[in-house]
Design a protein around this ligand. Structure first.
Ligand code: GDP
Length: 366
């Protein structure tokens, strides 16, 4: 899964990104590392892995991971190709979800590109660029589809859909709030357009250190962002990028104390990762054994063979069945053998919908 960090210049994107990658760099067991400086990998905190690690006497723990891409340089006029505008927009097209950083902190030493701190105006500036870019895509698609629509019923139907989405965008509405689909075919066309304003968004309201403890409730600008986000079904999370950068330098013990001092339970980054998981409808299933204990990211509703395919495509192709025990059942039993004796380890087939925290063992034909 890939998340793109966007926002106007000087709002705290790089600060947030750097703290993410610094925190991520410590996750030693992560199986791949990246060379691209704009891409950082962070692991998804999951206490269950440590517990399983002890149960299975393994030191190798591989958490699930999310990739963050720092998409700097989005400015007014990007969709018209200003700056490296189009290139940035192309980068956004590749991500699964957007983290949109908005400045809610006041600091006279840090210049705002538009002269004052007004998060709603900032959001609108960025979202307009995304909208323009989407409109361009739709127009190109409409021109192409219109040609075949004269003697092709399918194309005519798609053309009508394209026109409806275009009208929606022209009213300044994000593609993700469009709901005029006739059937599933139209929904799948819609996904294939991969519109920027159709992607899930998390607004990261960057506040001052003092405003963190009450989750930004005392800051009117944050409230305004929350109100706005509701209208497009987006999430908001409150962060202080500067503090995150400091936290990222600390070890686990120091971090705990530091957070306690601030009256916080988890760092902003942890909250961000959890929010992204929720927003994208993701869950983790687990595999456990002596060689390693590991979390695998899947989408909610995924069936056992597709979940197995996350490990290896052979597992999906040759899927026979899965041995499954829930994390809770395993913990209550104490050992895998005891869980088996109690009948808590189930054999599930191709139609089984995998749940968060399922511990899975796949049987497959090669
Ligand atoms: P970007 O252009 O959006 O990537 O912004 P940067 O991350 O480079 O931040 C711009 C400036 O704002 C830097 O000088 C940061 O130190 C500062 N900054 C970032 N986050 C905060 C914050 O939460 N509070 C304050 N006071 N300054 C911040």
């Amino acid at each position: 899964m890939k998340l793109g960090i966007v926002g106007l210049p000087n709002v705290g994107k790089s600060t947030l990104f750097n703290s993410l990658t610094k925190a991520g760099a410590e996750s030693a067991n992560y199986p791949f590392c990246t060379i691209d400086p704009n891409v950082g990998v962070v692991t998804v905190p999951d206490e269950r892995l440590e517990v399983l690690g002890e149960m299975y006497h393994t030191k190798k723990i591989v958490p699930a991971a999310i990739e963050f891409v720092d998409i700097a340089g989005l400015v007014k006029g990007a969709s018209k190709g200003e700056g490296l505008g189009n290139q940035f927009l192309a980068n956004i097209r590749e991500v699964d979800a957007i983290v949109h950083v908005v400045r809610c902190f006041e600091d006279d030493n840090i210049v705002h590109v538009d002269g004052s701190v007004q998060p709603l105006r900032d959001i609108e500036t960025i979202n307009l660029e995304l909208l323009f870019s989407d409109l361009e895509i739709l127009e190109r698609r409409i021109a192409k589809t219109a040609k075949s629509a004269r003697n092709d019923k399918g194309a005519a139907k798609e053309l009508a859909l394209l026109e409806k989405i275009k009208a929606h965008l022209e009213e300044n509405q994000m593609a993700k709030t469009f709901s005029g689909f006739e059937d599933e075919e139209e929904e799948s066309w819609f996904s294939s357009y991969n519109l920027l304003t159709g992607k899930p968004v998390i607004y990261a309201a960057n506040v001052s250190e003092e405003e963190l403890a009450d989750d930004g409730n005392g800051n009117e600008k944050v409230q305004a962002v929350r109100e706005y986000a509701k209208t497009e079904h987006s999430e908001v999370f409150v962060v202080c990028a500067q503090i995150e950068q400091e936290i990222a330098e600390l070890d686990e013990e120091e971090k705990k104390m530091f957070l306690e001092d601030l009256g916080l339970e988890a760092s902003g980054l942890e909250k961000l990762i959890q929010a992204s998981y929720r927003l994208l409808g993701l869950i983790s299933y687990l595999t456990a054994g002596e060689p390693e204990v590991r979390a695998w990211t899947i989408t909610k509703g995924m069936k056992a063979p597709q979940a197995a395919g996350k490990i290896h495509s052979d597992f999906e192709r040759g899927f026979i069945r899965a041995e499954v025990v829930s994390y809770e059942d395993l913990m209550a039993s104490g050992t895998y053998a005891a869980a088996k004796e109690k009948g808590l380890v189930r054999l599930e087939g191709k139609e089984y919908v995998v749940k968060d925290g399922d511990i899975m063992l796949f049987r497959f034909n090669v």
